[in-house]
Design a binder for this molecule. Structure first.
Ligand code: F6R
Length: 241
């Protein structure tokens, strides 16, 4: 695992360049995408590059990590809506080629069909991850099995609190989500994790220097052959070298 520590802006630029280089080399790449605050600036850079004619999304296929249970794609806080607003509506992507887990129709029995769709698309070339304050990746909370495929999870109270900023009140934050499992994530050929701000510093320290353990789900990434973490100065403060 490679850990790059730099300013937030330089982390964003470098991560965006990795996506851009992939799309120039492989215009029909399969991307894994995240929502939340962390990837917003990166999506902004990719939109800029699209508008400048440097990259195209015409042949790209995407699979998002997760979606809230109970929110349909029109809900303002749904991750489908987030992706439309932050990326898809601004580039030439074919919406039929964009996939976000279905927050309404997914059941425990059919959730892993998402893995079959990823496999049928040829697997994920490059997957983007953020990290929760508690070390979660996707919505795989501490204690999650490393063997899990896409499944429905109960969100930790700390995750609901962290995400309450996007909702009118904590009561509106869904209690469950559909998420790629850790096994699904580890199947991606290449992974980029971005972490910004001091709030992520303990999770990053645990992931980078602690034991590989379900207590810090992101630590599993150390077992993957091609992971780059872009960590800004704030998020790097607890890494002890
Ligand atoms: C989002 C996701 C989550 C977030 C994480 C960090 O699709 O899977 O793991 O990446 O909760 O969220 P932000 O970036 O809002 O701090």
């Amino acid at each position: 695992m490679q850990v790059i520590i730099d300013s937030t802006a330089k982390c964003v630029n470098q991560a965006a360049e990795r996506f851009s280089a992939l799309l120039r080399r492989k215009p029909d790449a399969v991307l894994g995408l995240a929502t939340g605050s962390t990837p917003e600036a990166l999506y902004g850079k990719l939109i800029e590059q699209y508008k400048a004619g440097i990259i195209s999304f015409k042949k790209v296929t995407t699979f998002n990590l997760d979606e809230y249970v109970g929110l349909n794609g029109d809900h303002p806080q749904s991750y489908r809506r987030f992706m439309q607003e932050k990326l898809f509506d601004h580039v030439d992507i074919d919406l039929k080629q964009t996939h976000v887990p279905d927050g309404v129709h997914t059941t425990p029995e059919n959730a892993a069909d998402y893995d079959k769709m990823i496999e049928a698309a040829g697997g994920i070339d490059l997957l983007l991850l953020g990290i929760g304050n508690n070390g979660h990746i996707g919505f795989n909370e501490p204690g999650s099995s490393f063997d899990a495929l896409t499944h429905i999870v109960d969100l930790n109270e700390s995750t609901r609190q962290a995400n309450a900023r996007f909702f009118a009140s904590i009561n509106e934050v869904p209690k469950q989500a559909v998420t790629m499992g850790i096994h699904t994530i580890m199947q991606a050929r290449s992974i980029i994790l971005m972490a910004f701000g001091a709030g992520k510093s303990q999770a990053i320290a645990g992931a980078v220097t602690g034991p590989v353990s379900a207590d810090v789900p992101a630590s599993v990434l150390r077992l993957h052959p091609d992971v780059t973490m872009f960590v800004d100065d704030g998020a790097a403060t607890d890494i002890k070298v």
